[in-house]
Design a protein around this ligand. Structure first.
Ligand SMILES: [Mn+2]
Length: 416
């Protein structure tokens, strides 16, 4: 590893310990979303995907059963460096043959197979109630519906998910982040913007009123700016969810970087929220022109988000989860590229000489700051990445794709 030794010396010149960066990254869990494997369908319904989200593409080989989804996920997991956590949606409940319960009656036992899967792989589990793709979404509304029966159904669903989240945490010994997101909103100009928000507030409060251990379950509220068919008004806007989290002890704000206006950047919001919240949560995605949920790449904003988490000493205070779904390419490759990209972003942030750069800023030396920030871009980061992947026992280069393509040929291609 002559190249790594050279890189290490070059980083050391700026006060960066690459060995320490690699050791640190190995301990940071990143949550991998199960829904990339089957285009956000799940196992509890036959209807279409709703809630203002959409997958595009029809690449063959989509997982159709829990067994297929887990096998595909296993293949992807084997190609990623770093510590993983599992992220599942309530619509991925696994029923026994002939069994079915509606979402408001879900119980821990319906997720026992996921617990088994996670425990065998030393992973914690994060969870999401599923407030979409269901016939009880009434006129595009769930928790904010003016119809009491509708609201109560979805409150019961949320409460069931709190109990399931606590079960996950107890079984795995790792806290469970439970994220509340709904696609509630209106296609066109509403006559009442506050009413639905007041109902949404009361519904989330009702969900969180069930007793649970706040050290085990970390409830979050995720905002959104708009959805497909929900263009004019979103009940759970940025201001709504941020204010909700700020005013409810133990509730975290969750920022999805696809859920803001295109000129807004979550990298700038991370340090703002870390000034006030003990813990925050992220959904990491790649929006193109809208909340398109493209596969995460090692691009500028992705790097900037990771840099802010590291610079703010926020690694222990930020729950990181991937959230995207691309049905136009091999889904296992999509999982792998996205996870590896976020790992690259974190490693790159960990080998950035943040102390030195901060000193330049505080000294008002913006001239040298620009020069140094540009210099960092051509540092031999690739050699540190290779070392990290080798230590994690995964391919450092693109050769992992051969493995995916062999799996596609043997396994995915025979799914009809
Ligand atoms: Mn999200």
């Amino acid at each position: 590893m002559i190249r790594y030794e050279l890189a290490k010396a070059q980083y050391a010149k700026y006060g960066v310990d690459t060995d320490a960066a690699i050791a640190k990254l190995k301990e940071i869990p990143v949550s991998l979303h199960c829904w990339q494997g089957d285009d956000v369908i799940g196992f509890d319904h036959d209807g279409p995907l709703t809630g203002g989200i959409q997958t595009t593409g029809n690449y063959p080989g989509k997982a159709r059963t829990p067994e297929e989804l887990m096998a595909d996920m296993d293949k992807a997991l084997s190609l990623m460096p770093g510590k993983k956590k599992l992220n599942i949606h309530a619509c991925y409940a696994i029923f026994e043959e002939g069994e079915f319960v509606d979402r408001d009656a879900l119980e821990p036992k319906h997720f026992a197979k996921w617990v088994e899967f996670a425990k065998e792989r030393n992973m914690g589990i994060d969870f999401n109630p599923t407030f979409f793709s269901h016939d009880k979404v009434k006129d595009g509304l769930t928790l904010s519906s003016p119809d009491k029966e509708t609201r109560e159904f979805w409150i019961r669903h949320g409460q069931a998910c709190v109990r399931i989240s606590e079960y996950f945490a107890k079984e795995t010994g790792i806290p469970c982040v439970m994220n509340i997101w709904t696609g509630d909103g209106y296609k066109d100009i509403p006559a009442d913007r506050m009413g639905p928000r007041m109902r949404y507030k009361e519904s989330i409060e009702a969900i969180l009123s069930v007793p649970f251990d706040k050290t085990l379950v970390k409830p979050c509220v995720e905002s959104k700016v708009f959805g497909i068919g929900v263009e004019a008004y979103t009940v759970g806007s940025a201001e709504f969810t941020l204010s909700f989290a700020a005013s409810h002890e133990g509730c975290l704000p969750l920022m999805d970087n696809g859920h803001y206006h295109p000129t807004e950047v979550v990298s700038d919001k991370i340090p703002a929220l870390l000034c006030f919240f003990p813990e925050i949560a992220l959904h990491i995605t790649r929006p193109i022109r809208w909340d398109s949920d493209h596969v995460v790449l090692f691009d500028d904003e992705t790097k900037e988000m990771a840099k802010e988490i590291v610079r703010c000493d926020g690694l222990g205070r930020t729950y990181m989860a991937l959230d995207y779904f691309d049905a136009s390419i091999n889904r296992i490759s999509a999982w792998t590229v996205g996870f590896r990209s976020w790992q690259k972003a974190l490693l790159s942030a960990l080998v950035t000489p943040n102390d030195m750069l901060k000193e330049l800023q505080d000294a008002g030396n913006m001239t040298k700051l620009m020069v140094m920030q540009e210099e960092m871009k051509t540092m031999p980061f690739g050699d540190v990445w290779v070392k990290y992947c080798e230590e994690c026992g995964v391919a450092a280069d693109e050769s992992w794709l051969d493995d995916v393509l062999a799996y596609e040929k043997e396994v995915l291609a025979v799914r009809k």
